[in-house]
Design a protein around this ligand. Structure first.
Ligand code: URA
Length: 209
């Protein structure tokens, strides 16, 4: 079974409070999501492998470390996932960014992919799938399946807020994919919103409604 990590770093928790606040406007909401995504990237990359190299400082040769594992790819799920990209790229500027768009079929209620543009070297990368809200888990599970179908092996899911229903759904569908969140909330309501959540992340990021 995949693992669920809830990041309890004080800076993440502090910023999350203002992300949740209904009085936070679009500009500040966007900035806070960006900052939380950076902080989450810092935490989620803790276990990346390193190798030792020698570096000449102005004084002597130092044994130093550089990242040695696979290159990284970020996959925001359209559209709210876009809000997390820049914050992560600030720390991992060499990551490539693919996009996956899904809509819900009104009859089957299943997510259907309408757009996918992914890095061409999928086998050579590890992936972070990004979606601020893990609600039912349907979109995230479908996006992960789509990546796997194209050859991705090592995938992590990064969300700001998750509902228990979404975590369970993704864990069942993808027991190999660990999930990283800033908060695990109470439940989904009848409209599919996370409670207490933050409302519609896409609308709040882009000022639509
Ligand atoms: N998507 C959102 O943006 N918010 C929710 O609460 C659930 C899904």
């Amino acid at each position: 079974m995949s693992k669920l990590f809830v990041f309890d770093h004080p800076l993440i928790q502090h910023k999350l409070t203002y992300i949740r606040d209904k009085n936070t406007g679009t500009k500040e909401f966007r900035e806070l999501v960006d900052e939380v995504a950076s902080l989450m990237a810092f935490e989620v990359t803790r276990d990346l492998p390193l190798e030792e190299i020698e570096t000449e400082t102005p004084v002597a040769v130092a044994k130093t470390k550089v990242l040695s594992g696979k290159k990284l790819g970020l996959i925001p799920i359209l559209r709210a996932g876009l809000g997390m990209v820049d914050g992560i790229l600030k720390l991992i500027p060499a990551a490539k960014v693919g996009h996956i768009g899904l809509y819900r079929d009104p009859e089957t209620l299943q997510p259907v992919e309408y757009y996918a543009k992914l890095p061409s070297d999928i086998e050579e990368r590890d992936f972070f799938v990004l979606d601020p809200m893990l609600a039912t888990g349907g979109s995230a599970a479908e996006a992960i399946a789509s990546l796997k179908k194209r050859g991705a092996k090592n995938i992590r899911l990064l969300c700001i807020i998750a509902a228990p229903e979404g975590v369970e759904f993704v864990q069942k569908a993808h027991p190999d994919v660990d999930i990283y969140v800033a908060a695990l909330d109470e439940k989904l309501n009848d409209h599919g919103y996370i409670v207490p959540g933050l409302g519609d992340a896409g609308d709040r990021l882009f000022g639509t409604k």
